[in-house]
Design a binder for this molecule. Structure first.
Ligand SMILES: Nc1ncnc2c1ncn2[C@@H]1O[C@H](COP(=O)(O)OP(=O)(O)OP(=O)(O)O)[C@@H](O)[C@H]1O
Ligand SMILES: [Mg+2]
Length: 529
């Protein structure tokens, strides 16, 4: 038997006297072991009591620093949920999808992995909300480093006590549990989501990932009202997509919700546009889908917002008329109105010119590749995404190759609710609509004193460039061509702009746009117009 002032060193089997370093170490480890075995017991009892708790309640637990604290949190929320549920009915509700198997991670060493996964979700969500991703080129590395630090044990385990788990075979692997894939997830986050999240390649990868997550939801599904843990109200579709919070200004046509996908590691990475089931809105979704498949997913253009899916509520009774149609779209960092009212952007001449050129390219690509005119080119219908691309983007238009420098903002054309098709035969008489798209958005780059929309002190040469384009488009020369039906093909209008407007811009802004091949071209296969 151990004397009070001694402990037995299990490795050497010798007594160690009180007051020595080794004594303290052994005592400390003995205490740790007792504590953790107590925790496991408590944990088991908690698990027995939470069969009826919805899975998201367990998954949504914030990560805690110590085992015992995490148990306390799970336990209290389990209790709350249980009380809330049992208050209405005497008998406990039938177990939902949750099974004991689903919560087993909490009783094994896998709990730390679950916490890690939740931790990953939490920081990614926070970064995305803060719009920090995309601004910090090291965000990926930093997050992975943070997570690694978090996963490191507090002290180096010493094999001083026999470890029971060493003698047991490892628990069977359960592929349904994400916890087995922490490493894979880290790599995925680093490579695909965080680092250069908004490069075209990663935009495509991320939306494919979300597409997989939502593909089980039937197209006719309706959005159901949902109250979040913090009391805010939104909607959910099959408890997979959550419409959390309205962004942008709700209009007669629709509401835009910042949305999250269950178990997706991008957190709040999507938007859901909730609309009426009108032919314009249905057409908007159709055009977006076609553009996503033909232009963006193929890497042919980066100037469109990706659509990952849509839902058209089948039930006649379930939703209000303006809640029946949903488009799930990629998230942007803001719209053009916000951009040109942001001092950090509007004060920089080359950034403004760059954005303006991207918008002209986006409109041209839209008109030429879809045979539509947009018909609603106001500054709320162009969205921007921040990215970390460095170098020059290559474009090709009717055999002409040119390069546009990356400026950290990718401009996308969006909202095709009022877009109309122009049949080839009608181009000569309808070309003024094509011209109108370019003309209208130029006003975002022109100050109010010149009848533009912009109220800021934007660089004079930006205003001058946009005014030149605008007056060229309303000049007698252009009018004459419009009236005599000279614009015969889908690309005639942009060809005209390219031939007469672009040369001056090439020479005024060689550091923004050039026909000379630069050293660092970002995309080997040119974007098409
Ligand atoms: N994918 C997105 N990412 C970020 N913000 C978005 C996104 N989609 C829409 N918004 C914001 O919501 C606003 C309104 O969106 P949208 O154009 O789809 O609605 P709308 O009802 O058609 O508006 P309007 O009739 O004024 O054109 C946009 O101007 C933009 O600020
Ligand atoms: Mg709009």
């Amino acid at each position: 038997m151990m004397k009070e002032n001694c402990v037995i060193n299990p490795r050497t089997k010798r007594a160690v006297r009180k007051g020595t370093k080794t004594y303290n170490k052994i005592k400390h480890l003995l205490n740790e072991t007792q504590e953790s075995s107590k925790s496991v017991q408590v944990n088991m009892s908690v698990i027995k009591n939470i069969k009826s708790v919805a899975p998201e309640i367990i998954q949504a637990q914030p990560i805690s620093k110590t085992k015992s604290r995490s148990i306390a949190r799970v336990s209290s929320s389990a209790k709350t949920a249980k009380t809330a549920k049992t208050a209405k009915t005497a008998s406990p509700p039938a177990p939902k999808t949750i099974s004991v198997k689903k919560v087993t991670p909490l009783k094994s060493s896998q709990s730390s992995k679950i916490r890690a996964v939740n931790y990953l979700k939490k920081i990614v969500r926070r970064k995305i909300i803060d719009n920090k991703i995309g601004e910090d080129e090291n965000a990926g590395n930093k997050i992975v480093a943070l997570v690694k630090r978090r996963l490191q044990p507090r002290y180096k385990p010493v094999s001083i006590l026999p470890d029971k788990s060493d003698t047991k075979p490892p628990p069977p692997k359960d592929d349904t549990l994400l916890i087995d894939n922490v490493k894979v997830l880290q790599t995925f986050l680093k490579k695909k989501l965080i680092k250069d999240r908004y490069s075209l390649k990663n935009r495509i990868a991320f939306t494919k990932y979300v597409e997989e997550k939502i593909k089980s939801i039937p197209h006719g599904e309706c959005a159901k009202p949902y109250t979040f843990n913090d009391g805010t109200k939104g909607f959910t579709i099959k408890n997979i997509i959550f419409l959390n919070k309205i962004i942008g200004t709700p209009s007669a046509y629709g509401k835009i919700y910042l949305s999250s996908i269950k178990n997706s590691f991008g957190g709040f990475a999507m938007v859901a546009k909730m609309m009426r089931e009108t032919s314009d809105n249905l057409s908007e979704i159709r055009i977006m889908k076609t553009i996503t498949n033909k232009l963006v997913s193929t890497g042919n253009s980066k100037h469109f917002i990706i659509n990952v899916g849509s839902f058209q509520c089948k039930s006649k009774t379930e939703n209000k008329p303006n809640e029946r149609l949903l488009a799930i779209n990629e998230l942007a960092h803001g719209d053009l109105k916000m951009a040109v009212n942001d001092y950090e952007i509007y004060s920089k001449e080359e950034v403004m010119i760059n954005m303006y050129l991207q918008i002209i390219i986006a409109i041209a690509t839209f008109q030429i590749q879809t045979s539509h005119y947009h018909n609603d080119c106001h500054w709320g219908n162009f969205l921007y995404q921040r990215n970390n691309d460095v170098g020059w983007y290559k474009y090709i238009f009717n055999g002409n190759i040119f390069y546009l420098k990356s400026c950290g903002l990718n401009m996308c054309i969006y909202d095709y609710g009022l877009a109309r098709k122009i049949p080839k035969a009608k181009i000569p008489i309808m070309s003024r609509y094509l011209i109108g798209d370019f003309h209208r958005i130029s006003l975002a780059f022109i100050t109010k004193n010149y009848n533009g929309w912009n109220d800021n002190d934007i660089p004079e040469d930006v205003v001058a460039t946009a005014m030149n384009v605008k007056s060229f488009l309303t000049s007698n020369a252009t009018l004459a061509k419009t009236n005599d039906g000279s614009f015969k093909k889908r690309d005639s209008v942009f060809q005209y702009i390219y031939d007469y407007v672009f040369p001056a811009i090439f020479s005024d802004y060689p550091n923004v746009i050039t026909t000379q091949t630069p050293d660092n071209v970002i995309n080997k296969d040119a974007f098409i117009i």
